[in-house]
Design a protein around this ligand. Structure first.
Ligand SMILES: Nc1ncnc2c1ncn2[C@@H]1O[C@H](COP(=O)(O)OP(=O)(O)OP(=O)(O)O)[C@@H](O)[C@H]1O
Ligand SMILES: [Mg+2]
Length: 272
């Protein structure tokens, strides 16, 4: 069992040393034809924590992410959510257990308006589509309005999803994930391809989600400046293994981390 890290910001949010991790990976291994893309990774994420996983190209971040969200089965090791083994469960089952993921919305969704996308998601969570009248419809409307507000899309509710800007599309994907009321939200490179203003909006959104909804976030992110301004705890991967774990200030100064990032474009952006 890994020892959870309870950092100062977490304590301020009421997380104590006694709390149980909400998400944990234990000795996780994924081999592809004998090559270990993920090689014995363990960490424990506390409720209300923003955990970032970083590492240079090929470190194994996306593979780790796929193992957690059930897109890939590990060769060995396990994943637990709220203390229960969720290793190898389908993405759909994981969603029902409270693991949310901001997937790229599908083509079907792209033809719908932003509001319609969210109505479908909220209704499907409630699994009562036949009862869509009266109070229930009002509840869905209220929930959709609140999601739109939360991700800053209220003014674009009638827009067709595929016509949204890149940043607004990513915001819609986050809203779709939130519609499932996840306990833990996983984000894979949420700021990829975003302009600086879209990036800062995304960073603020994640912060707000944690502060207002008490949601836990696991984020795999290339942009280390985003990670250092957002994460409570950073896990650094290199060649499939965890080489460092700690609060951003420690990670930034960690000589091993600096060394694996030397010469990469990320280094000039945020490390050092
Ligand atoms: N399906 C696969 N089959 C074989 N090898 C794979 C497969 N998926 C990933 N790998 C290898 O595993 C290693 C880790 O890849 P992964 O995509 O997880 O890294 P990453 O940290 O996400 O990199 P990046 O920063 O470039 O996104 C790489 O060497 C990659 O080539
Ligand atoms: Mg990747």
């Amino acid at each position: 069992m890994t020892t959870p890290l309870v950092t100062e910001p977490l304590m301020r949010r009421g997380v104590t040393e006694m709390a149980e991790p909400i998400l944990a990976v234990e000795s996780l291994v994924k081999e592809f034809d004998g090559f270990r893309a993920v090689d014995g990774v363990s960490f424990a994420v506390m409720p209300g924590e923003i955990r970032a996983v970083i590492g240079p190209n090929g470190a194994g971040k996306s593979t780790l992410f796929s193992l957690i969200i059930g897109e890939l089965r590990p060769t060995s090791g396990k994943v637990t959510l709220d203390g229960r083994d969720i290793t190898g469960l389908s993405t759909h089952k994981l969603m029902m257990r409270g693991l949310g993921c901001a997937f790229q919305a599908t083509n079907v969704f792209w033809r719908l308006s932003v509001r319609e996308c969210l109505e479908v998601a909220v209704t499907s969570r409630r699994r009562h589509s036949e009862k869509l009248f009266g109070k229930f419809a009002q509840d869905v409307d209220d929930e959709v309005a609140s999601l739109l507000d939360q991700v800053g899309l209220s003014g674009l509710a009638q827009a067709t999803s595929r016509d949204l800007s890149h940043g607004d599309q990513r915001a819609l994907e986050v809203a779709l994930a939130l519609a499932m009321k996840p306990k833990v939200l996983l984000l894979d490179e949420p700021t990829a391809g975003m302009s600086p203003s879209e990036t800062s909006r995304a960073v603020n959104l994640v912060r707000e989600l944690v502060e207002t909804n008490g949601i836990t976030v696991l984020i795999v992110e290339h942009d280390v400046s985003v990670v250092f301004s957002l994460a409570d705890v950073v896990t650094v991967m290199h060649q499939g293994q965890t080489i460092a774990e700690g609060p951003p200030d420690e990670i930034r100064k960690n000589p091993t981390v600096v060394e694996v990032y030397l010469g990469t474009s990320e280094f000039s952006k945020g490390l050092s």
